[in-house]
Design a protein around this ligand. Sequence first.
Ligand SMILES: Nc1nc2c(c(=O)[nH]1)N[C@H]1C(S)=C(S)[C@@H](COP(=O)(O)OP(=O)(O)OC[C@H]3O[C@@H](n4cnc5c(N)ncnc54)[C@H](O)[C@@H]3O)O[C@H]1N2
Ligand code: MOO
Length: 449
Amino acid sequence: MSPDSGNSGAHQHGERADACATEAPGRRYWSVEEHLADVLSRVSPLPAIELQLLDARGCRLAEDVTATGDLPPFDNSSMDGYAVRTADTVGATEQYPSVLSVVGEIAAGAAELPRLGPGQAVRIMTGAPVPPGAEAVAPVEWTDGGTGSGRAAQAMTAARPDEEVRVRQEVRDGAHIRRRGSDVTAGSTVLTAGTVLGPTQLGLLAAIGRGSVTVRPRPRVVVLSTGSELVPPGEPVGPGQISDSNSFTLTAAAQQAGAIAYRVGGVPDDPERLRAVLDDQLGRADLIVTSGGVSVGAYDVVKEALQGIEGGEDHAGVEFRTLRMQPGKPQGFGRIGGVPLLALPGNPVSAYISFELFVRPVIRTMLGAPDVHRPVVRATTTAALRSPAGRRQFLRGRYLAEQGAVEPVGGSDSHLVGALAKADCLIVVPESTESVAAGEPVDVVLLAD
Ligand SMILES: Nc1nc2c(c(=O)[nH]1)N[C@H]1C(S)=C(S)[C@@H](COP(=O)(O)OP(=O)(O)OC[C@H]3O[C@@H](n4cnc5c(N)ncnc54)[C@H](O)[C@@H]3O)O[C@H]1N2
Ligand code: MOO
């Protein structure tokens, strides 16, 4: 059977006429690649902006970051104990400890430091600067704890004139001292452009004294669902009504892709209302995603509201297309007020798959991410598959990594949200293939993060 034989795929299904399998003569049909390439050719990474550290979490650095100072910024103690001169502890044992006079105490944060002379020790806290003259720190466990009772203070406290400490073992040069610059040296590049900022990178930036940083911001994505039948989940569902699920799926998916997503509730099938809502939302959007209203019905509101409107200087309006894929056949793409807009079909599985294939790569591109696409692996299907001729089908599945296999979940219909929620991958059946036998290899798009 020819891959372009149109209706023949629907006959193979045998159960019902498949509107998705009919091709109108003279109409342009787009492949998945053509649509994706067109969409991606018209979006770019967002301009870099400066953000406060915590606002930059998860963003990608747009600059190489150089340390202006050393880390640690000064030699400091890694133990609570006594700063000493090594010569004073030579030969010290449990039985014959070195007896040193304690001339002061240094807590973390102390600015004024006593100078250590021969036979002297300074009580020192973890993180406190090592005083001049000291060569090492004897942890308090290596001593008798000293005869003084000075408590930690912000500055050096005067030791009692008769205060002593017994050090019970030799202390080697540099012991328990964290050297200035041993972690990060002044002038070195600590993070390079492109690094994703997680907790430890943000901590490093704070440690070197950076309060803000230049990053690619998260795109702000406005998600709208359309349909007069929609009610918000939790509210009573009247005759013919359904709970709006797409706006939740798509908002969560946008967040998962790295965006700041705003869910705008269901907009009824009224083009004027939709245009007004879009006008309102444009100011806070880097990208607009709608669901529903892109087919050929009498109330296809997105199409009605957006077809033919001016889209700003760079592109005129939104174009509605038919793709050779199932689900996800009808798609809209363009710009309004300079903001890219993807209009996804309303069927919940179609909307989600369209998001994964087209919207997620847009968000990842705006983020400047190198991994724009979901990974694709080969796996053998555990069950036979059927697909309409001339359409690339995306069936839902569970990937069995250890067996290198994939198990179909639910059927091919685009309303099956129960099965969708059990799936973690998409099984791809190419346009030229109408059936795949169990045990044969297929491409699998992995959806799990
Ligand atoms: N005569 C034809 N009819 C249809 C065709 C076609 O080629 N010829 N294509 C079908 C395909 S394929 C798709 S996909 C849908 C796309 O339709 P729309 O984008 O216009 O979507 P709606 O009609 O608004 O809704 C379709 C379906 O999905 C439900 N829906 C919509 N929004 C939500 C939401 N936010 N949450 C949950 N469910 C939603 C809606 O109630 C409908 O059942 O058109 C086919 N028809
Ligand atoms: O192509 Mo539609 O998107 O199957 O449901």
